[in-house]
Design a protein around this ligand. Structure first.
Ligand code: HSE
Length: 433
């Protein structure tokens, strides 16, 4: 049996998952592939920390360089995370002619071009299935299974923490802050939740999906990332009344003049499959010009689901090695300079959900619709309830037809200056999937 030596840098949650999958499923992996993966060395900054798995004595070191310099190790798994030392480990491994498997979406979103370039030059592979959607095989799907398509659009629920929080807010009618606190206590959200709830983690993952689907590398700061802190139970309830759910979506849409892309909360119709993706689950709904619509669904995080993706990459590389394929297949950037392809958010067109907090007086609705009309924004539906928000104010909820975002923003700037409008207007995009 072909034996391939592997080095693991980072024995945290996912690292322990990798150790466990390789232990528990060793037989089936060997029967299926004819390959024995030998986890030769493991590096971790804290060898003594309490772990859910046993690490055989003698394998563990504090010094990742020992793995990078070990000539018998052909594949390095990087599970350190972040864009600091992890970048040195990945580039160091590539320089030493080793293939790399990583789950590090932040690293690829920020430095993907450099890392993939270095890998191509050295003729080594980078596996990154675990970087988007945890155990869901979306990287393989976009790189291989959908390779015959022009990708028309992607709508992803790719941050489990935000989806969990929004699902609970929807089920319980609770406020964001309350659910966040509970999610932190239950281990669904980090002590510092910003990456997840401010849309940054989803934007890292979206930039990877854009590289693979559209062949462009967009420098990370240019991707619009908006989170869920501003979502209220009131908006969730109105969305529900209008037949929609609110989800944090990572969106990329191919348009004639470029790519519309961003992460933002959006209304999706209740009867769509994405609306049914609840709790910490992830899903990616994609439309290709040949395949049509397709959706992948599963666990987007966690020790074992993420390890499943990491080990599948290791096996793919090991299979290539055993067949003598010395190829490198990093993503190709065929789509030109990313920033010129990306349509500014203000130039995108969307449908919108608007909630005005208005004084309950005759003529207020007329003034609002007058401004929207003057800015070329057509209305699809309106609800005004007697439900008071306090101080004699009432919510007025409007859904618009497709409108240019900059026209909407100018109209809202005008409306928010009316003396009868009592708070900044809420607007949430609507995604017609
Ligand atoms: N923090 C991520 C999430 C999981 O909540 O989906 C890791 O990508």
């Amino acid at each position: 049996m072909k034996v391939v030596n592997v080095g693991l840098i980072g024995a945290g949650t996912v690292g322990c998952g990798v150790i466990e999958v390789l232990r528990k499923n060793r037989d089936i992996i060997e029967k299926r592939t004819g390959i024995r993966l030998n986890l030769k060395r493991i590096a971790d900054i804290d060898p003594d920390r309490k772990r859910p798995v046993k690490i055989p004595g003698g394998k563990l070191t504090r010094d990742a360089r020992e793995l990078l310099e070990d000539g018998s190790i052909q594949i390095i798994i990087e599970l350190v995370g972040g864009t600091g030392i992890a970048k040195d480990f990945v580039l160091g491994a590539i320089r030493n002619g080793k293939h790399v498997v990583t789950a590090n979406k932040a690293l690829l979103a920020h430095h993907g071009r450099e890392i993939f370039g270095a890998a191509a030059e050295k003729g080594v592979d980078i596996g990154f299935e675990a970087s988007v959607g945890g155990g869901i095989p979306i990287i393989k799907a976009t790189q291989e299974s959908f390779a015959a398509n022009n990708i028309l659009s992607i709508h992803g629920i790719i941050n489990g923490t935000s989806n969990y929080i929004l699902s609970r807010m929807t089920e319980e009618g609770s406020e964001f802050a309350e659910v966040l606190k509970e999610a932190q206590n239950e281990g669904y959200a980090e002590a510092d939740p910003s990456f997840d709830v401010d849309g940054i983690d989803a934007a890292h993952k979206l930039s990877i999906l854009i590289m693979l689907s559209f062949g462009i590398f967009i420098s990370f700061g240019k991707i619009h990332a908006e989170g869920i802190r501003g979502i209220t139970p009131l908006d969730i309830a109105y969305a529900d009344e209008l037949g929609h759910k609110i989800k944090l979506l990572a969106v990329a849409k191919s348009k004639e003049n470029g790519l519309e892309a961003g992460v933002y909360p959006a209304l999706v119709r209740k009867e769509t499959q994405l609306a049914d993706v609840s709790g910490a689950f992830n899903a990616i709904y994609l439309v290709g010009d040949a395949v049509g619509p397709a959706m992948l669904y599963g666990k987007g995080a966690g020790m074992m689901p993420t390890a499943s993706a990491v080990v599948s990459d290791v096996l793919q590389i090991a299979k290539d090695l055993s067949l003598g394929n010395t190829h490198s297949s990093p993503p190709r950037f065929y789509g030109g300079e990313g920033s010129t392809q990306l349509i500014k958010m203000s130039d995108t067109t969307n449908k919108y959900y608007l909630r005005f907090q208005a004084e309950d007086r005759p003529g207020v609705l007329g003034k609002i619709t007058g401004s929207l009309g003057k800015h070329g924004i057509s209305i699809e539906s309106v609800i005004q309830k007697g439900r008071h928000l306090g101080g004699g104010d009432v919510p007025v909820v409007i859904m618009t037809h497709e409108a240019l975002e900059k026209n909407l923003l100018s109209s809202l700037r005008e409306i928010d200056r009316f003396s009868t409008i009592r708070a900044k207007t809420t607007f949430i995009r609507i995604e017609d999937i």
